[in-house]
Write a protein that binds this ligand. Structure first.
Ligand code: ATP
Ligand code: MG
Ligand code: MG
Length: 545
Protein backbone atom coordinates (compact mmCIF):
# COMPACT_ATOMS: atom_id res chain seq x y z
CA UNK A 1 0.00 0.00 0.00
CA UNK A 2 1.17 3.52 -0.69
CA UNK A 3 2.67 5.19 2.32
CA UNK A 4 0.42 8.20 2.49
CA UNK A 5 -3.25 7.51 2.17
CA UNK A 6 -5.01 9.21 -0.71
CA UNK A 7 -8.52 10.64 -0.49
CA UNK A 8 -10.08 7.59 -2.16
CA UNK A 9 -8.58 5.20 0.35
CA UNK A 10 -9.75 7.51 3.11
CA UNK A 11 -13.30 7.23 1.80
CA UNK A 12 -13.02 3.46 1.49
CA UNK A 13 -11.76 3.13 5.05
CA UNK A 14 -14.51 5.32 6.42
CA UNK A 15 -17.12 3.29 4.57
CA UNK A 16 -15.68 0.06 5.91
CA UNK A 17 -15.57 1.44 9.42
CA UNK A 18 -19.17 2.55 9.17
CA UNK A 19 -20.11 -0.95 8.02
CA UNK A 20 -21.54 0.34 4.76
CA UNK A 21 -20.13 -2.59 2.77
CA UNK A 22 -19.02 -6.08 3.64
CA UNK A 23 -16.48 -6.09 0.85
CA UNK A 24 -14.76 -3.49 -1.26
CA UNK A 25 -15.65 -4.05 -4.88
CA UNK A 26 -14.26 -1.73 -7.51
CA UNK A 27 -14.25 -2.03 -11.25
CA UNK A 28 -12.13 -0.89 -14.17
CA UNK A 29 -14.66 -0.14 -16.92
CA UNK A 30 -13.00 0.65 -20.24
CA UNK A 31 -14.83 0.95 -23.49
CA UNK A 32 -13.21 -1.57 -25.88
CA UNK A 33 -12.77 1.01 -28.63
CA UNK A 34 -9.00 1.30 -28.59
CA UNK A 35 -5.86 0.17 -26.83
CA UNK A 36 -5.46 1.34 -23.23
CA UNK A 37 -3.01 4.17 -22.61
CA UNK A 38 -0.97 5.36 -19.64
CA UNK A 39 -4.05 7.17 -18.30
CA UNK A 40 -5.81 3.82 -18.14
CA UNK A 41 -2.78 2.43 -16.31
CA UNK A 42 -3.46 5.00 -13.64
CA UNK A 43 -7.10 3.96 -13.42
CA UNK A 44 -6.07 0.28 -13.34
CA UNK A 45 -3.62 0.96 -10.51
CA UNK A 46 -6.25 2.83 -8.54
CA UNK A 47 -9.10 0.38 -8.98
CA UNK A 48 -7.15 -2.86 -8.70
CA UNK A 49 -4.83 -1.32 -6.14
CA UNK A 50 -7.63 -0.29 -3.79
CA UNK A 51 -9.33 -3.67 -4.12
CA UNK A 52 -6.05 -5.38 -3.28
CA UNK A 53 -5.27 -3.13 -0.32
CA UNK A 54 -8.64 -3.84 1.31
CA UNK A 55 -8.92 -7.53 0.43
CA UNK A 56 -11.68 -6.79 -1.99
CA UNK A 57 -12.13 -7.46 -5.65
CA UNK A 58 -11.85 -5.43 -8.83
CA UNK A 59 -13.96 -6.35 -11.82
CA UNK A 60 -12.70 -5.87 -15.34
CA UNK A 61 -15.75 -4.69 -17.20
CA UNK A 62 -15.95 -3.88 -20.87
CA UNK A 63 -18.28 -0.93 -21.23
CA UNK A 64 -19.51 -2.05 -24.63
CA UNK A 65 -22.59 0.04 -25.34
CA UNK A 66 -21.38 1.68 -28.52
CA UNK A 67 -21.47 -1.04 -31.18
CA UNK A 68 -19.98 0.91 -34.06
CA UNK A 69 -16.63 1.53 -32.40
CA UNK A 70 -15.94 -1.60 -30.43
CA UNK A 71 -14.05 -4.75 -31.21
CA UNK A 72 -12.73 -7.98 -29.72
CA UNK A 73 -9.16 -6.99 -30.49
CA UNK A 74 -9.53 -4.12 -28.05
CA UNK A 75 -10.95 -6.45 -25.42
CA UNK A 76 -7.82 -8.57 -25.79
CA UNK A 77 -5.55 -5.54 -25.59
CA UNK A 78 -7.27 -4.43 -22.38
CA UNK A 79 -6.89 -7.86 -20.83
CA UNK A 80 -3.23 -7.96 -21.86
CA UNK A 81 -2.59 -4.59 -20.27
CA UNK A 82 -4.21 -5.43 -16.94
CA UNK A 83 -2.41 -8.75 -16.82
CA UNK A 84 0.92 -7.28 -17.78
CA UNK A 85 0.64 -4.72 -14.99
CA UNK A 86 0.26 -7.65 -12.64
CA UNK A 87 -3.42 -7.42 -11.70
CA UNK A 88 -6.00 -10.14 -11.58
CA UNK A 89 -9.69 -9.78 -12.37
CA UNK A 90 -10.65 -13.25 -11.26
CA UNK A 91 -12.55 -15.78 -13.29
CA UNK A 92 -14.62 -13.69 -15.65
CA UNK A 93 -14.31 -10.54 -17.62
CA UNK A 94 -17.65 -8.73 -17.41
CA UNK A 95 -19.43 -6.97 -20.23
CA UNK A 96 -22.13 -4.34 -19.98
CA UNK A 97 -23.74 -6.10 -22.94
CA UNK A 98 -24.40 -9.08 -20.66
CA UNK A 99 -26.79 -6.82 -18.77
CA UNK A 100 -28.71 -5.47 -21.76
CA UNK A 101 -31.87 -7.40 -20.81
CA UNK A 102 -31.72 -6.32 -17.19
CA UNK A 103 -31.07 -2.73 -18.17
CA UNK A 104 -34.05 -2.87 -20.48
CA UNK A 105 -36.22 -4.15 -17.63
CA UNK A 106 -35.13 -1.19 -15.51
CA UNK A 107 -36.19 1.12 -18.34
CA UNK A 108 -39.61 -0.48 -18.33
CA UNK A 109 -39.78 -0.03 -14.58
CA UNK A 110 -38.91 3.66 -14.87
CA UNK A 111 -41.63 4.17 -17.47
CA UNK A 112 -44.15 2.46 -15.22
CA UNK A 113 -43.13 4.83 -12.43
CA UNK A 114 -43.74 7.67 -14.88
CA UNK A 115 -40.06 8.60 -14.54
CA UNK A 116 -39.09 8.07 -18.16
CA UNK A 117 -40.63 8.85 -21.54
CA UNK A 118 -40.04 8.27 -25.19
CA UNK A 119 -39.12 11.52 -26.85
CA UNK A 120 -39.43 12.09 -30.58
CA UNK A 121 -37.73 15.43 -30.97
CA UNK A 122 -34.83 15.60 -33.37
CA UNK A 123 -31.31 15.64 -32.01
CA UNK A 124 -31.10 19.33 -32.75
CA UNK A 125 -34.37 20.11 -31.00
CA UNK A 126 -33.25 18.14 -27.98
CA UNK A 127 -30.16 20.30 -27.79
CA UNK A 128 -32.14 23.49 -28.22
CA UNK A 129 -34.74 22.57 -25.63
CA UNK A 130 -32.06 21.81 -23.10
CA UNK A 131 -31.39 25.50 -22.58
CA UNK A 132 -28.15 26.96 -21.31
CA UNK A 133 -26.40 27.42 -18.01
CA UNK A 134 -28.20 30.72 -17.51
CA UNK A 135 -31.48 29.69 -19.09
CA UNK A 136 -33.82 26.92 -18.03
CA UNK A 137 -34.69 24.34 -20.64
CA UNK A 138 -38.19 23.45 -21.74
CA UNK A 139 -39.66 20.02 -21.71
CA UNK A 140 -40.64 18.24 -24.89
CA UNK A 141 -44.37 17.90 -25.58
CA UNK A 142 -43.77 14.15 -25.90
CA UNK A 143 -43.10 14.04 -22.17
CA UNK A 144 -46.88 14.05 -21.81
CA UNK A 145 -47.17 10.58 -23.34
CA UNK A 146 -48.97 8.11 -21.13
CA UNK A 147 -47.25 5.16 -19.51
CA UNK A 148 -49.00 2.84 -21.97
CA UNK A 149 -47.86 4.84 -24.97
CA UNK A 150 -44.30 4.90 -23.65
CA UNK A 151 -44.25 1.17 -22.96
CA UNK A 152 -45.57 0.49 -26.43
CA UNK A 153 -43.07 2.81 -28.12
CA UNK A 154 -40.09 1.46 -26.18
CA UNK A 155 -41.01 -2.06 -27.12
CA UNK A 156 -41.37 -1.10 -30.74
CA UNK A 157 -38.03 0.70 -30.59
CA UNK A 158 -36.54 -2.53 -29.32
CA UNK A 159 -38.28 -4.51 -32.05
CA UNK A 160 -36.67 -2.44 -34.73
CA UNK A 161 -39.73 -0.61 -36.03
CA UNK A 162 -38.00 2.77 -36.14
CA UNK A 163 -34.98 4.27 -37.78
CA UNK A 164 -31.91 5.59 -35.95
CA UNK A 165 -32.69 8.89 -34.26
CA UNK A 166 -36.47 8.67 -34.59
CA UNK A 167 -37.02 8.26 -30.86
CA UNK A 168 -35.01 8.20 -27.65
CA UNK A 169 -35.89 7.23 -24.11
CA UNK A 170 -35.30 9.98 -21.56
CA UNK A 171 -35.43 10.18 -17.80
CA UNK A 172 -38.05 12.60 -16.54
CA UNK A 173 -36.08 14.68 -14.08
CA UNK A 174 -35.93 18.44 -14.27
CA UNK A 175 -35.57 20.63 -17.36
CA UNK A 176 -34.50 23.60 -15.26
CA UNK A 177 -31.94 21.82 -13.07
CA UNK A 178 -28.81 23.85 -12.46
CA UNK A 179 -26.81 20.79 -13.42
CA UNK A 180 -27.48 20.67 -17.16
CA UNK A 181 -26.87 16.93 -17.18
CA UNK A 182 -30.03 16.50 -15.11
CA UNK A 183 -32.25 18.04 -17.78
CA UNK A 184 -33.98 14.83 -18.77
CA UNK A 185 -30.89 12.83 -19.76
CA UNK A 186 -31.09 10.29 -22.55
CA UNK A 187 -31.30 6.67 -21.46
CA UNK A 188 -31.63 4.79 -24.74
CA UNK A 189 -31.08 5.51 -28.38
CA UNK A 190 -31.81 3.56 -31.53
CA UNK A 191 -28.74 2.30 -33.32
CA UNK A 192 -29.13 -0.29 -36.05
CA UNK A 193 -25.63 -1.66 -35.84
CA UNK A 194 -24.01 -5.02 -35.40
CA UNK A 195 -22.55 -5.48 -31.95
CA UNK A 196 -19.38 -7.57 -31.64
CA UNK A 197 -20.96 -9.67 -28.88
CA UNK A 198 -24.73 -9.41 -29.11
CA UNK A 199 -24.79 -9.37 -32.89
CA UNK A 200 -28.14 -8.10 -34.15
CA UNK A 201 -30.10 -8.92 -31.02
CA UNK A 202 -30.46 -5.27 -30.13
CA UNK A 203 -31.06 -2.12 -32.09
CA UNK A 204 -31.43 0.08 -29.03
CA UNK A 205 -28.44 0.69 -26.82
CA UNK A 206 -28.35 2.18 -23.32
CA UNK A 207 -26.46 5.44 -22.84
CA UNK A 208 -23.44 5.59 -20.53
CA UNK A 209 -25.40 7.30 -17.76
CA UNK A 210 -28.03 4.61 -17.71
CA UNK A 211 -25.84 1.57 -18.23
CA UNK A 212 -23.05 2.52 -15.89
CA UNK A 213 -24.81 2.89 -12.56
CA UNK A 214 -26.90 -0.20 -13.25
CA UNK A 215 -23.90 -2.32 -14.24
CA UNK A 216 -22.16 -1.20 -11.05
CA UNK A 217 -25.26 -2.12 -9.04
CA UNK A 218 -25.72 -5.48 -10.74
CA UNK A 219 -22.10 -6.40 -10.02
CA UNK A 220 -22.34 -5.35 -6.39
CA UNK A 221 -19.73 -2.64 -6.81
CA UNK A 222 -19.16 -0.57 -3.68
CA UNK A 223 -16.91 2.21 -4.98
CA UNK A 224 -17.36 3.38 -8.54
CA UNK A 225 -14.24 5.38 -9.23
CA UNK A 226 -14.06 7.51 -12.34
CA UNK A 227 -12.38 10.61 -13.70
CA UNK A 228 -13.40 14.19 -12.98
CA UNK A 229 -15.25 14.84 -16.19
CA UNK A 230 -18.02 12.63 -14.82
CA UNK A 231 -18.55 14.83 -11.78
CA UNK A 232 -21.80 16.23 -13.12
CA UNK A 233 -22.98 12.78 -14.13
CA UNK A 234 -22.93 11.75 -10.48
CA UNK A 235 -26.34 13.35 -9.93
CA UNK A 236 -27.84 11.15 -12.65
CA UNK A 237 -26.08 8.13 -11.18
CA UNK A 238 -27.66 8.77 -7.79
CA UNK A 239 -31.03 9.78 -9.19
CA UNK A 240 -31.35 6.55 -11.16
CA UNK A 241 -30.36 4.23 -8.33
CA UNK A 242 -32.56 6.13 -5.85
CA UNK A 243 -35.55 6.33 -8.15
CA UNK A 244 -35.31 2.64 -8.96
CA UNK A 245 -35.07 2.04 -5.23
CA UNK A 246 -31.86 0.10 -5.54
CA UNK A 247 -30.85 0.21 -1.93
CA UNK A 248 -27.72 -0.38 0.07
CA UNK A 249 -25.35 -1.85 -0.41
CA UNK A 250 -25.42 0.28 -3.51
CA UNK A 251 -22.44 1.82 -5.26
CA UNK A 252 -21.41 5.45 -4.99
CA UNK A 253 -19.37 7.34 -7.53
CA UNK A 254 -16.12 9.09 -6.63
CA UNK A 255 -14.00 11.14 -8.99
CA UNK A 256 -10.25 11.65 -9.31
CA UNK A 257 -8.13 13.71 -11.67
CA UNK A 258 -7.40 12.40 -15.11
CA UNK A 259 -3.76 11.88 -15.99
CA UNK A 260 -2.37 14.03 -18.77
CA UNK A 261 1.20 13.82 -20.03
CA UNK A 262 2.93 16.41 -22.15
CA UNK A 263 4.27 15.86 -25.68
CA UNK A 264 1.56 13.35 -26.49
CA UNK A 265 -2.15 12.95 -27.02
CA UNK A 266 -4.05 10.54 -24.89
CA UNK A 267 -7.60 10.04 -26.03
CA UNK A 268 -8.24 6.79 -27.83
CA UNK A 269 -9.95 8.64 -30.64
CA UNK A 270 -6.81 10.69 -31.34
CA UNK A 271 -4.61 7.64 -30.99
CA UNK A 272 -6.84 5.79 -33.47
CA UNK A 273 -6.30 8.63 -35.95
CA UNK A 274 -2.55 8.10 -35.65
CA UNK A 275 -2.97 4.38 -36.30
CA UNK A 276 -5.43 4.74 -39.16
CA UNK A 277 -3.39 7.48 -40.81
CA UNK A 278 -0.29 5.27 -40.51
CA UNK A 279 1.61 7.98 -38.68
CA UNK A 280 2.72 5.15 -36.41
CA UNK A 281 3.17 1.45 -37.11
CA UNK A 282 0.20 0.44 -34.95
CA UNK A 283 -1.29 0.70 -31.48
CA UNK A 284 1.89 -0.87 -30.12
CA UNK A 285 4.27 1.47 -31.90
CA UNK A 286 6.92 2.21 -29.27
CA UNK A 287 6.23 5.95 -29.59
CA UNK A 288 2.59 5.53 -28.58
CA UNK A 289 1.52 6.32 -25.01
CA UNK A 290 -0.33 3.00 -24.99
CA UNK A 291 0.55 0.26 -22.56
CA UNK A 292 1.26 -1.98 -25.55
CA UNK A 293 3.57 0.72 -26.91
CA UNK A 294 5.51 1.08 -23.67
CA UNK A 295 5.73 -2.66 -23.35
CA UNK A 296 7.09 -3.07 -26.85
CA UNK A 297 9.51 -0.22 -26.33
CA UNK A 298 10.94 -2.02 -23.32
CA UNK A 299 9.39 -0.24 -20.37
CA UNK A 300 9.07 -2.54 -17.37
CA UNK A 301 5.80 -2.92 -15.57
CA UNK A 302 7.57 -1.81 -12.39
CA UNK A 303 8.42 1.51 -13.98
CA UNK A 304 4.79 2.14 -14.93
CA UNK A 305 3.55 1.10 -11.49
CA UNK A 306 6.10 3.36 -9.80
CA UNK A 307 5.11 6.22 -12.01
CA UNK A 308 1.42 5.80 -11.16
CA UNK A 309 2.34 5.64 -7.51
CA UNK A 310 4.52 8.75 -7.68
CA UNK A 311 1.99 10.96 -9.42
CA UNK A 312 -0.54 10.09 -6.75
CA UNK A 313 -4.25 10.59 -6.79
CA UNK A 314 -5.49 14.14 -6.96
CA UNK A 315 -8.79 15.94 -7.24
CA UNK A 316 -7.59 18.56 -9.71
CA UNK A 317 -6.46 17.88 -13.25
CA UNK A 318 -2.87 18.62 -14.09
CA UNK A 319 -0.28 17.86 -16.68
CA UNK A 320 2.55 15.53 -15.77
CA UNK A 321 5.94 16.00 -17.40
CA UNK A 322 6.88 12.99 -19.53
CA UNK A 323 10.36 13.38 -18.00
CA UNK A 324 8.91 11.95 -14.81
CA UNK A 325 7.92 8.75 -16.59
CA UNK A 326 11.34 8.63 -18.21
CA UNK A 327 12.91 9.04 -14.81
CA UNK A 328 10.94 6.03 -13.53
CA UNK A 329 12.08 3.71 -16.28
CA UNK A 330 15.68 4.88 -16.09
CA UNK A 331 15.69 4.43 -12.37
CA UNK A 332 14.35 0.88 -12.66
CA UNK A 333 16.69 -0.19 -15.46
CA UNK A 334 19.72 1.32 -13.75
CA UNK A 335 19.33 -1.29 -11.01
CA UNK A 336 18.60 -4.18 -13.32
CA UNK A 337 20.24 -4.34 -16.70
CA UNK A 338 23.70 -5.32 -17.90
CA UNK A 339 25.99 -2.72 -19.42
CA UNK A 340 27.34 -3.68 -22.82
CA UNK A 341 29.08 -2.06 -25.76
CA UNK A 342 27.50 -0.89 -28.98
CA UNK A 343 28.87 1.31 -31.72
CA UNK A 344 26.20 3.16 -33.68
CA UNK A 345 28.30 4.79 -36.36
CA UNK A 346 31.38 2.61 -36.75
CA UNK A 347 34.84 3.91 -37.60
CA UNK A 348 37.47 1.30 -38.28
CA UNK A 349 40.56 1.28 -36.08
CA UNK A 350 43.55 -0.93 -36.74
CA UNK A 351 45.85 -1.43 -33.78
CA UNK A 352 49.07 -2.06 -35.59
CA UNK A 353 51.22 -3.26 -32.70
CA UNK A 354 48.69 -5.83 -31.42
CA UNK A 355 49.09 -9.48 -32.38
CA UNK A 356 46.59 -12.33 -31.98
CA UNK A 357 43.44 -11.98 -29.92
CA UNK A 358 42.21 -12.23 -26.34
CA UNK A 359 39.03 -12.24 -24.32
CA UNK A 360 38.65 -9.59 -21.70
CA UNK A 361 36.63 -10.47 -18.64
CA UNK A 362 34.32 -7.50 -18.33
CA UNK A 363 31.75 -6.99 -15.54
CA UNK A 364 28.19 -6.30 -16.60
CA UNK A 365 27.42 -3.94 -13.75
CA UNK A 366 29.06 -0.90 -12.23
CA UNK A 367 30.13 -0.98 -8.59
CA UNK A 368 27.06 0.82 -7.32
CA UNK A 369 24.68 -1.80 -8.69
CA UNK A 370 24.48 -4.79 -6.36
CA UNK A 371 24.49 -7.41 -9.10
CA UNK A 372 27.17 -9.79 -10.29
CA UNK A 373 27.99 -11.13 -13.68
CA UNK A 374 30.47 -10.62 -16.45
CA UNK A 375 31.07 -11.63 -20.01
CA UNK A 376 34.02 -12.27 -22.28
CA UNK A 377 34.70 -9.32 -24.48
CA UNK A 378 36.68 -10.35 -27.57
CA UNK A 379 39.56 -8.08 -28.48
CA UNK A 380 41.84 -8.02 -31.50
CA UNK A 381 43.76 -5.57 -33.65
CA UNK A 382 40.72 -4.79 -35.83
CA UNK A 383 38.08 -2.90 -33.92
CA UNK A 384 35.43 -0.27 -34.47
CA UNK A 385 34.86 2.82 -32.39
CA UNK A 386 32.16 5.49 -32.58
CA UNK A 387 32.89 7.97 -35.35
CA UNK A 388 32.09 10.77 -32.90
CA UNK A 389 34.76 9.58 -30.52
CA UNK A 390 37.56 10.69 -32.81
CA UNK A 391 38.29 14.24 -33.92
CA UNK A 392 41.17 15.37 -36.02
CA UNK A 393 40.81 19.01 -35.01
CA UNK A 394 39.07 18.90 -31.66
CA UNK A 395 37.64 21.90 -29.87
CA UNK A 396 38.85 22.67 -26.37
CA UNK A 397 37.47 20.29 -23.79
CA UNK A 398 37.20 17.34 -26.16
CA UNK A 399 38.47 14.39 -24.11
CA UNK A 400 38.21 11.53 -26.56
CA UNK A 401 40.60 10.28 -29.21
CA UNK A 402 42.57 12.83 -31.28
CA UNK A 403 45.90 12.64 -33.09
CA UNK A 404 47.50 14.04 -29.92
CA UNK A 405 45.33 12.54 -27.22
CA UNK A 406 45.06 8.85 -26.29
CA UNK A 407 41.84 7.32 -25.04
CA UNK A 408 40.86 4.20 -23.12
CA UNK A 409 38.87 1.46 -24.77
CA UNK A 410 36.23 0.61 -22.17
CA UNK A 411 37.40 -2.44 -20.14
CA UNK A 412 40.49 -2.65 -22.39
CA UNK A 413 43.66 -0.84 -23.27
CA UNK A 414 44.64 2.72 -23.91
CA UNK A 415 45.20 3.44 -27.59
CA UNK A 416 46.81 6.35 -29.39
CA UNK A 417 46.18 7.53 -32.95
CA UNK A 418 49.13 7.17 -35.31
CA UNK A 419 47.63 7.94 -38.69
CA UNK A 420 44.31 9.11 -40.13
CA UNK A 421 43.25 7.50 -43.41
CA UNK A 422 40.79 9.35 -45.63
CA UNK A 423 39.03 8.58 -48.86
CA UNK A 424 39.14 10.82 -51.93
CA UNK A 425 36.32 12.96 -50.54
CA UNK A 426 38.31 13.66 -47.42
CA UNK A 427 36.13 11.49 -45.21
CA UNK A 428 37.96 9.63 -42.48
CA UNK A 429 37.68 5.91 -43.15
CA UNK A 430 40.21 4.41 -40.80
CA UNK A 431 42.49 5.17 -37.90
CA UNK A 432 45.83 3.45 -37.57
CA UNK A 433 46.51 3.17 -33.88
CA UNK A 434 48.88 1.79 -31.32
CA UNK A 435 48.06 0.30 -27.94
CA UNK A 436 49.96 0.35 -24.67
CA UNK A 437 50.42 -3.25 -23.45
CA UNK A 438 50.79 -2.15 -19.81
CA UNK A 439 47.57 -0.15 -19.80
CA UNK A 440 44.94 -2.87 -19.52
CA UNK A 441 41.96 -1.82 -17.46
CA UNK A 442 42.24 -3.18 -13.92
CA UNK A 443 46.01 -3.74 -14.13
CA UNK A 444 47.20 -0.50 -15.65
CA UNK A 445 50.84 0.26 -14.87
CA UNK A 446 51.45 2.42 -17.91
CA UNK A 447 51.26 5.71 -16.09
CA UNK A 448 49.40 7.24 -19.05
CA UNK A 449 46.58 9.55 -18.13
CA UNK A 450 43.41 9.66 -20.17
CA UNK A 451 40.22 11.56 -19.54
CA UNK A 452 37.81 9.29 -21.22
CA UNK A 453 36.85 5.70 -22.02
CA UNK A 454 34.93 4.91 -25.18
CA UNK A 455 32.86 2.01 -26.46
CA UNK A 456 34.27 -0.27 -29.13
CA UNK A 457 33.71 -3.71 -30.66
CA UNK A 458 36.06 -6.28 -32.15
CA UNK A 459 35.48 -6.34 -35.91
CA UNK A 460 35.46 -10.10 -36.33
CA UNK A 461 33.02 -10.92 -33.53
CA UNK A 462 30.78 -7.85 -33.70
CA UNK A 463 27.19 -8.36 -34.84
CA UNK A 464 25.30 -5.96 -37.04
CA UNK A 465 22.02 -4.81 -35.55
CA UNK A 466 19.28 -2.33 -36.35
CA UNK A 467 18.55 0.31 -33.76
CA UNK A 468 15.29 2.20 -33.60
CA UNK A 469 15.86 5.42 -31.78
CA UNK A 470 12.72 7.17 -30.63
CA UNK A 471 12.03 10.73 -29.75
CA UNK A 472 8.83 12.36 -28.59
CA UNK A 473 5.94 11.75 -30.92
CA UNK A 474 4.88 15.39 -30.87
CA UNK A 475 7.09 18.42 -30.99
CA UNK A 476 4.79 20.56 -28.81
CA UNK A 477 4.19 20.19 -25.16
CA UNK A 478 0.43 20.38 -25.66
CA UNK A 479 -0.15 19.06 -29.17
CA UNK A 480 -3.35 20.09 -30.90
CA UNK A 481 -3.29 17.78 -33.85
CA UNK A 482 -1.36 15.97 -36.54
CA UNK A 483 0.40 19.18 -37.58
CA UNK A 484 2.27 19.01 -34.29
CA UNK A 485 3.79 15.59 -34.96
CA UNK A 486 7.55 15.48 -34.55
CA UNK A 487 8.93 14.50 -37.98
CA UNK A 488 12.05 13.09 -36.30
CA UNK A 489 10.36 10.87 -33.75
CA UNK A 490 11.91 7.74 -35.28
CA UNK A 491 15.48 7.38 -36.46
CA UNK A 492 16.53 4.00 -37.79
CA UNK A 493 20.19 3.07 -37.56
CA UNK A 494 20.69 0.13 -39.85
CA UNK A 495 24.25 -0.94 -39.24
CA UNK A 496 25.14 -0.52 -35.63
CA UNK A 497 27.57 -3.04 -34.17
CA UNK A 498 27.25 -4.79 -30.84
CA UNK A 499 29.53 -7.08 -28.90
CA UNK A 500 28.51 -10.76 -29.12
CA UNK A 501 27.13 -10.94 -25.55
CA UNK A 502 24.20 -8.81 -26.67
CA UNK A 503 22.97 -11.45 -29.07
CA UNK A 504 23.05 -14.66 -27.05
CA UNK A 505 19.64 -14.50 -25.39
CA UNK A 506 17.12 -12.35 -27.14
CA UNK A 507 13.86 -12.96 -25.31
CA UNK A 508 12.73 -10.03 -23.19
CA UNK A 509 16.26 -8.69 -22.88
CA UNK A 510 17.14 -5.16 -21.91
CA UNK A 511 20.60 -3.65 -21.98
CA UNK A 512 22.34 -0.45 -21.31
CA UNK A 513 24.48 0.29 -24.33
CA UNK A 514 27.08 2.26 -22.46
CA UNK A 515 26.98 6.00 -23.16
CA UNK A 516 24.06 5.48 -25.57
CA UNK A 517 21.01 4.60 -23.56
CA UNK A 518 18.82 1.67 -22.62
CA UNK A 519 17.74 -0.73 -25.35
CA UNK A 520 15.27 -3.59 -25.72
CA UNK A 521 15.17 -6.43 -28.25
CA UNK A 522 12.05 -5.66 -30.25
CA UNK A 523 9.62 -8.44 -29.32
CA UNK A 524 8.10 -8.57 -32.80
CA UNK A 525 10.72 -7.74 -35.39
CA UNK A 526 13.83 -9.21 -33.77
CA UNK A 527 15.24 -12.28 -35.48
CA UNK A 528 18.64 -13.90 -35.24
CA UNK A 529 19.36 -12.91 -38.82
CA UNK A 530 18.27 -9.35 -38.24
CA UNK A 531 18.40 -8.29 -34.63
CA UNK A 532 16.40 -5.13 -33.90
CA UNK A 533 16.65 -3.07 -30.73
CA UNK A 534 14.35 -0.30 -29.53
CA UNK A 535 15.79 2.57 -27.60
CA UNK A 536 13.84 2.64 -24.35
CA UNK A 537 15.24 5.84 -22.91
CA UNK A 538 18.45 7.80 -22.87
CA UNK A 539 20.92 7.97 -20.00
CA UNK A 540 20.81 10.80 -17.57
CA UNK A 541 24.55 10.73 -17.18
CA UNK A 542 27.08 9.29 -19.49
CA UNK A 543 30.53 8.50 -18.33
CA UNK A 544 33.25 11.07 -18.85
CA UNK A 545 33.38 12.46 -22.35
P1 ATP B 1 -10.24 8.16 -23.76
O1 ATP B 1 -10.95 9.45 -23.96
O2 ATP B 1 -8.78 8.29 -23.65
O3 ATP B 1 -10.66 7.16 -24.73
P2 ATP B 1 -12.07 7.21 -21.83
O4 ATP B 1 -12.32 7.81 -20.50
O5 ATP B 1 -13.11 7.34 -22.87
O6 ATP B 1 -10.67 7.66 -22.31
P3 ATP B 1 -12.59 4.55 -21.05
O7 ATP B 1 -12.27 3.34 -21.82
O8 ATP B 1 -14.00 4.92 -20.90
O9 ATP B 1 -11.74 5.69 -21.70
O10 ATP B 1 -11.88 4.53 -19.62
C1 ATP B 1 -11.87 3.48 -18.72
C2 ATP B 1 -11.50 4.02 -17.38
O11 ATP B 1 -10.22 4.61 -17.42
C3 ATP B 1 -12.48 5.08 -16.94
O12 ATP B 1 -12.81 4.87 -15.61
C4 ATP B 1 -11.73 6.36 -17.13
O13 ATP B 1 -12.15 7.32 -16.24
C5 ATP B 1 -10.28 5.92 -16.92
N1 ATP B 1 -9.38 6.79 -17.66
C6 ATP B 1 -9.39 7.06 -18.98
N2 ATP B 1 -8.45 7.96 -19.30
C7 ATP B 1 -7.82 8.28 -18.15
C8 ATP B 1 -6.76 9.17 -17.80
N3 ATP B 1 -6.14 9.91 -18.72
N4 ATP B 1 -6.37 9.23 -16.51
C9 ATP B 1 -6.95 8.47 -15.59
N5 ATP B 1 -7.95 7.63 -15.83
C10 ATP B 1 -8.40 7.52 -17.10
MG1 MG C 1 -15.51 6.24 -21.50
MG1 MG D 1 -13.21 8.18 -24.87
Amino acid sequence: MSESKDFLRTIVEEDLKAGKYKEVITRFPPEPNGFPHIGHAKSICINFGIAKDYNGHCNLRMDDTNPTKEDTKYVEALKDAVQWLGFNWGENVYFTSDYFSKIYDYAVKLIKMNKAYVDSLTEEEIREYRGTVTQAGKRSIYAQRTVEENLDLLERMKNGEFKDGEHVLRAKIDMSAANMKMRDPLLYRIRHAHHFRTGDDWCIYPMYDFAHCLSDYIEGVSHSICTLEFENNRDIYDWLLDTLELKLPRPYQHEFARLGINYTVMSKRKLLDLVNGEYVSGWDDPRMPTIAGYKRRGYTKESILNFCDQIGIAKANSMVDVAQLEFCIRDDLNQKVPRVLCVMDPLKVTIENYEGSEEIDAPYYPHDVPKDGSRKLPFSKDIYIERDDFMENPPKGYFRLTPEQPVRLRHGYIIACKEVIKNLDGKIIEIKAEYYPESKSGSDTSGIKVNSAIQWVSAKEAKTVELRVYDRLFKNEAPEGLEDLNPDSLKIIKNALVEPAVITDKIDERFQFERQGYFYADPIDYTNEKPVFNKIVGLKDSWAK
